[in-house]
Ligand binder design. Structure first.
Ligand SMILES: Nc1nc2c(ncn2[C@@H]2O[C@H](COP(=O)(O)OP(=O)(O)O)[C@@H](O)[C@H]2O)c(=O)[nH]1
Ligand SMILES: [Mg+2]
Ligand SMILES: [Zn+2]
Length: 320
């Protein structure tokens, strides 16, 4: 049988079977033989959005055994530093937050927690690496006041080609736009802890079923439930609209690209890559004839985005 992973820990997953006539709307599954081929050693082998083959467990008929995973269209990952120093398996540090995603909802706030545009830059870089369309949601817009810095940075994200939606999960402002944007899609909410990801989910699904929490408690106890993503279906969409709530991210380091490639994943930098006097070997920090530094001076690249670039390049250069 085929089904969709809607949540899971490192070894227990909740699957929504494709077959509408299925006896159970959700089936708790383990991976048959404990490892999925090709995904050995990952922090988590499966994530919400993954499509799997499974069978019922003859030894325990209400539960299922996952036999394999369908090829992924894309994945949104984050790097988990499991321990200080070098891990023997780099892949063990890569956590898949969601798979087969249509839209990334990058959530930020004008205040409480403070506006962090450089955190947004990191999410947007990962979106470009993953090849997934991002959308910026500025939640808690009811708290925006008229901070010119917030307005200026949000305006700059629009200028370089991103859509920014001011929203308030509290007052409902902008929620209709969000509903329209996510229609018939698999979307993922991303952002620091406290920006209101779960509140946005609740605003979209007021009748949110608390059964979800109980299931997790029962089966995933001690299995890092708070660090895993959960997929929820928007009611009344005939199984077409899903939203994935992810754990709050404190620090985000882009994964899947080398330091020298970061400019390729920053929209206003990308067209300039290779045009510096020193070509692809330019570090964009000190070289004469650097087109990226010229673009910063000309205001084509925002200073804040250049600062993000420098820090990320630096962090990635220090990784094993
Ligand atoms: N003023 C205001 N507060 C909000 C809004 N959305 C969420 N909050 C509050 O922000 C806090 C964190 O929200 P939560 O959804 O748990 O954030 P998460 O960690 O990203 O899931 C809660 O106290 C919410 O009530 C909003 O639009 N406006
Ligand atoms: Mg939350
Ligand atoms: Zn350069």
């Amino acid at each position: 049988m085929k089904g969709l992973v809607i949540r899971g820990s490192r070894n227990i997953f909740t699957i929504k079977p494709d077959a509408p006539e299925s006896v159970e709307p959700e089936v708790i599954c383990r991976i048959k033989g404990k490892v999925l081929k090709g995904l050995e050693g990952y922090f988590n082998p499966l994530a919400p959005g993954d499509r799997v083959d499974f069978e019922f467990d003859p030894a325990c008929p209400q539960q299922g055994l996952i036999l394999g995973m369908e090829k992924r269209r894309n994945v949104f990952t984050r790097l988990n530093r499991l321990q200080k120093g070098i891990s023997p398996h780099r892949s063990a540090e890569v956590q898949v937050l969601a798979a087969n995603v249509d839209l990334l909802l990058c959530v930020t706030t004008p205040a409480s927690p403070p506006f962090r545009p450089r955190f947004l830059d990191r999410l947007l870089i990962q979106a470009e690496i993953a090849g997934i369309a991002p959308l910026i949601i500025c939640n808690k817009y009811d708290l925006a006041g008229d901070d010119p810095d917030v307005e200026e940075r949000l305006h700059d994200f629009t200028r370089i080609g991103y859509s920014v939606i001011p929203v308030s999960a509290l007052t409902g402002e902008g929620m209709d736009t969000v509903r329209t944007m996510i229609e018939n899609r698999f979307s993922v909410l991303l952002g620091q802890s406290g920006v209101g990801k779960s509140s946005l989910v609740k605003a979209l699904i007021p009748e949110l079923n608390i059964r979800i929490g109980r299931l997790n408690e029962k089966y995933d106890r001690g299995n890092h439930t708070t660090t895993m993503s959960v997929m929820l279906e928007i009611p009344g969409t005939e199984g077409q609209t899903f939203i994935i709530d992810t754990p709050g991210i404190r620090r985000f380091v882009p994964e899947g690209a080398g330091p020298a490639d970061i400019p390729l994943y920053m929209r206003e930098f990308a067209p300039l890559v290779g045009t510096c006097t020193f070509g692809r070997s330019c570090s964009h920090q000190t070289e004469p004839g650097c087109k990226i530094m010229e673009a910063v001076a000309a205001g084509v690249i925002h200073e804040d985005r250049y600062e993000s670039f420098l820090r990320i390049q630096d962090e990635l250069s220090g990784l094993p």
